[in-house]
Design a protein around this ligand. Structure first.
Ligand code: FES
Length: 137
């Protein structure tokens, strides 16, 4: 068999699939070569990832990677979650066949993009607050 037991287990029983109604960040990433697509939703509290969900149109490996990514990210600080790499996800799944390694990139990059989206919103809010504070002075 080409996939590890863990890949098959995540693929047949994906964790945290779905969407978050009021997300703090959204990351979208597609692979132009295969056409697969991933959308990641995150919920943040106190600089910690409280929840991650995803919608995906992808191959079995990419679904298993997205599922594993959610379990790896939930409970991590934003800094630590940002550091989750493709290789970390592949290791978590006890490996992927060589020709499927690239499928892990969607999950890692999707999560990073969701965190960046959160930071961009946060910075914007911070700037608005600064402007309001300045006006009040
Ligand atoms: Fe497209 Fe796996 S073949 S992500």
């Amino acid at each position: 068999q080409i996939y590890s037991k863990k890949v098959l287990e995540h693929f047949t029983n994906p964790r945290n699939a779905g969407s978050i109604a009021d997300p703090d960040g959204i990351g979208e990433i597609g692979d132009p070569d295969c056409g697969d697509f991933l959308r990641v939703f995150i919920k943040i509290d106190d600089n910690t990832i409280k929840d991650v969900k995803y919608q995906i149109r992808g191959c079995p490996a990419s679904i298993a990677c997205a599922s594993a990514m959610t379990e790896m990210a939930i409970g991590k600080s934003l800094d630590d979650a940002m550091m989750i790499t493709d290789d970390d996800i592949v290791s978590e799944l006890n490996g992927l066949p060589e020709f499927k390694i690239h499928c892990s990139a969607l999950a890692a990059t999707g999560l990073q993009k969701a965190i960046i989206d959160y930071f961009e919103k946060y910075i914007t809010k911070g700037q608005i607050k600064e402007m309001n504070d300045a006006i009040q002075i």
